[in-house]
Design a protein around this ligand. Structure first.
Ligand SMILES: [Zn+2]
Length: 55
């Protein structure tokens, strides 16, 4: 995509319980300077767990 650069970043979200990498998401570096955490459904755990950004 052409245009503005830099602020949107694709990050991988991994389950904090089983460490499975379940989701890709985008974050805005200005809004989320640190690691982001989201409650998402984990297929391996079969429940909603906390997912944390991995690098
Ligand atoms: Zn899990």
């Amino acid at each position: 995509m052409a245009g503005k650069k830099g602020v949107r970043l694709v990050v991988t979200m991994s389950c904090t319980e089983c460490k499975e990498r379940n989701y890709l998401t985008e974050k805005n570096k200005r809004n989320d300077p640190g690691r982001i955490e989201l409650n998402k459904f984990c297929r391996r755990c079969r429940k909603h767990t906390l997912h944390r950004e991995v690098r």
